[in-house]
Design a protein around this ligand. Sequence first.
Ligand SMILES: NC(=O)c1ccc[n+]([C@@H]2O[C@H](COP(=O)([O-])OP(=O)(O)OC[C@H]3O[C@@H](n4cnc5c(N)ncnc54)[C@H](OP(=O)(O)O)[C@@H]3O)[C@@H](O)[C@H]2O)c1
Length: 303
Amino acid sequence: MRRVFMGGLEVPVQGLGCMRITEDVTSADERAAADVVHRALDLGATFLDTADMYGRGRNEGFVGRAVRHRREEAIVCTKFGVVFGAGDDWRIRGDPEYARAACDASLRRLGTDVIDLYYLHRPDPAVPVEETVGAMSALVAAGKVRHIGLSEVTGEELRAAHAVHPVTAVQSQWSLSARGIEAMIPVCAALGVGVVPFSPHGRGLLASVPPAGQPPAHGSSPPGAPAPSLAGALRDVARRHGVRPGQIALSWVQHRAAVWGVPVTPIPGTSDLRHLEENIAAAGIELSGPELARLDSASAGAR
Ligand SMILES: NC(=O)c1ccc[n+]([C@@H]2O[C@H](COP(=O)([O-])OP(=O)(O)OC[C@H]3O[C@@H](n4cnc5c(N)ncnc54)[C@H](OP(=O)(O)O)[C@@H]3O)[C@@H](O)[C@H]2O)c1
């Protein structure tokens, strides 16, 4: 797979979102889940995304076990900042003391001595982002973290953070059904910060668009499914390339990022080997100018 540099970190142009693989996995099906990660490594999609909140730490534990014998091949990315209460309630914490403790806990669960890319999951409204990033910078100095990232930040927060320590990547939702991030992409481009689009399949809905000539599953569109004009554009472009509509959705993110010249590595989530292979193949699709324009216009209202 083609690779690009985000700051000093070389990454493949597509990674794997691990969040859904094991949120509720039991030890009996962990082997099948690990097969997905191993196949991703085999195919060069070595950029693995997890977070300490996924499955309340269980997802990090799974990723750590899955890459234990292939640690050098994997780029292990995780996040901190979401703290659960007794029930399902949660809050954001970004104070330096918490950043240090969260990092140590993630290292333990991942079974590694260094995190390749460590994100602040969300800025803490009670703590200036510069303060949190100062603590993350100290984790880099201590050798526990290689690169720093931020998730769901504004352009202003990114500039403030980057002045404290170079930010390698910003992770945000970006797909044909969520384009709000595009307002701050010019800031990423100006600072040389990479972009990691999460939920690039619109949380699965773009991947569920049936190919041309096939009826929608169960005869009707699922709630939140793309508008008919977008679904139609995906189907038409996919038919021309002989691929599935969801692959065109992934390819569109790559092409949109190229318009600004920002390095990008979307992290589609899948727990299915066939879907994984399809998603990775999408990284090789070349869209024409008119195809890109049609997809852009069919998704122009997406926020
Ligand atoms: N920073 C943040 O706040 C944040 C928030 C959300 C997610 N994330 C990260 O982003 C990653 C991806 O996000 P996501 O899982 O929400 O959304 P997504 O990647 O847009 O969609 C995942 C869904 O699409 C389905 N899918 C994937 N490839 C497919 C294919 N080729 N054909 C048909 N269906 C396909 C998957 O089902 P199958 O398993 O059946 O393939 C899954 O249900 C997560 O794993 C996580 O690491 C980060």
